[in-house]
Ligand binder design. Sequence first.
Ligand SMILES: Nc1ncnc2c1ncn2[C@@H]1O[C@H](COP(=O)(O)OP(=O)(O)OP(=O)(O)O)[C@@H](O)[C@H]1O
Ligand SMILES: [Mg+2]
Length: 321
Amino acid sequence: METLLEVKDLKTYFYTTKGVVKAVDGVSFSLGKGEVMGLAGESGCGKSTTAYSLIRLVPPPGKIVGGKIIFEGKNILELSDEDFRKKYRWKKISMIFQGAMNALNPVYTIGDQLAEVFMLHEGLTKTEAMSKVYELLEMVGIDPKRARSYPHELSGGMKQRVMIAMALALNPPLVIADEPTTALDVVVQAQIMNLLKKLQREKNVSIILITHDLSLIAEIADKVAIMYAGKVVEYGTAEQIYLNPQHPYTQALLRSIPRLRGEISKLEWIPGTPPDLIAPPPGCRFAPRCKFRMDICTKEEPPTIEVEPGHIVSCWLHAKK
Ligand SMILES: Nc1ncnc2c1ncn2[C@@H]1O[C@H](COP(=O)(O)OP(=O)(O)OP(=O)(O)O)[C@@H](O)[C@H]1O
Ligand SMILES: [Mg+2]
């Protein structure tokens, strides 16, 4: 499969008055064309910051301070801001922001808001743009007549469809969806997941789906990256991660998914809290909460080990003795 995106040792820090928050601290993964990657981990582990880095919109006081983001063979961190804005953002890499459906402008119809994307980026006239808007709405399962609706006239699920339409407007090869279903009920969640799956199949778009909910990722992801405290601790195909998880953190996360079928297993949560990213603990950042902790875990950073082809784990348990 053709590689679309390769992230290598990405580091994005926030320079706050309290200290340097190492929100993304050496993240690596790769994504093929048309693949869906799930990015999961507890709140505050750096998922959104990773996404903002990919689209080069890290808010101040944040800065990308290291690594490479190779997109279609080119390190996009080397492009000037202007080049990136003109040629990449929205055209090649777009994003559905966390909580964005509530950021639609209340005083304009959704049709006008969508049309603006085409007028601004492709220089279309209003009439030309509107015909594209109808197509887009149809594609995301909204009756084109709703173009005349204002955001408050739409349900949460429909507003999220509008955000998806906006992200797909310019046909980007990569769409990042940051918690696209968090505020929605389970039925609408499933519909949005089905829509993303359909778009991936029909348009061969690659998707990075960010969520803390591993059961959502299971439905559509080809690849899964598990983040903990600014690092990817395990990465592999969905099959490898769900059927053969190797990192104690991944194992604990998977045990915390409620099961609807099969025997009722006791829901387990991981005791303790994620570390402070200004002064993370030495060694493995998960060590303080890990029940398999060894001496070395609290002293030295764990090596990154390929336990089977394409399945990568950062954990001392897998180091050759
Ligand atoms: N603008 C900012 N200034 C300072 N620190 C920030 C800023 N934005 C994020 N952080 C810190 O960076 C870390 C990662 O945050 P991020 O929002 O990327 O996490 P997340 O995994 O997306 O969490 P959630 O699941 O809650 O959305 C956190 O410790 C957070 O406090
Ligand atoms: Mg987030």
